[in-house]
Design a protein around this ligand. Sequence first.
Ligand SMILES: C[S@@+](CC[C@H](N)C(=O)[O-])C[C@H]1O[C@@H](n2cnc3c(N)ncnc32)[C@H](O)[C@@H]1O
Length: 242
Amino acid sequence: MNRDKLTKNDITLLKEKYGDNIEEALKKVDNYYPVQYLIGNVNFYGYQFIVNENVLIPRFETELLIEKLLVYIKKYDFKEPKILDIGTGSGCIAITIKKEIPCCVTAIDVSTEALKVAKENARENKVDIDFKKKDILKEELENNYDIIVSNPPYLMETDEVSKELDFEPQIALYVQDDTLFYKEIIKKAVKKLNKPSIIAFETGIHHHNEIMSYAKKFFPNALIHSEQDYNKLDRYIFIINE
Ligand SMILES: C[S@@+](CC[C@H](N)C(=O)[O-])C[C@H]1O[C@@H](n2cnc3c(N)ncnc32)[C@H](O)[C@@H]1O
């Protein structure tokens, strides 16, 4: 049963929240409903984030994206960089970076419901972020930035995924073309990046090389680094525009 995969901490939190009704919650877990939505919040990079069905549950791999990006920010000695987070969801990337370094962060998402959660998370974590509703596929970037970071939707209907994903917002996950968001962001960023600047992407494994080649076309003089996740898979791209 799926409930057997829960950690001791999950059970404690479920007991606290559901008391005598915990069996009902556990039945939902058995039917692949994500335990994070039942608990209502997650720990991400040491900070607490409210989650509900309107936002993607932040993943460990995204913590690694932030960790790696912070190393680059330090290496290139950015002072209070202007950062744009595209497809902010719960706000986990934007809020964590703002907690970690002095910076000015704008975060956009096409989903009004996701932005509500992200704003609540910013309030709870006591950070000031400029949240905007924006469709990155249809609208241009408004300002110039030092850093653009994004973990955009990239799954295809044909990808094999776990059943828990059925309960997460489909707009956060699925696309017709798994390179679409990356290409749009790269095209739009060319006109809107300061020098030096960084674009940081979390990607899937199948389209990783295609996105690397596309980035090289648009940023021929940039350093383009591919980095790996905890499973040694190519999952991050850093475009460093010196
Ligand atoms: C994979 S989720 C990432 C959420 C969060 N940044 C994270 O890493 O956990 C992708 C996000 O992109 C947003 N999104 C989807 N289509 C979009 C579009 N056309 N313009 C802007 N955001 C979009 C979704 O609503 C979702 O919040």
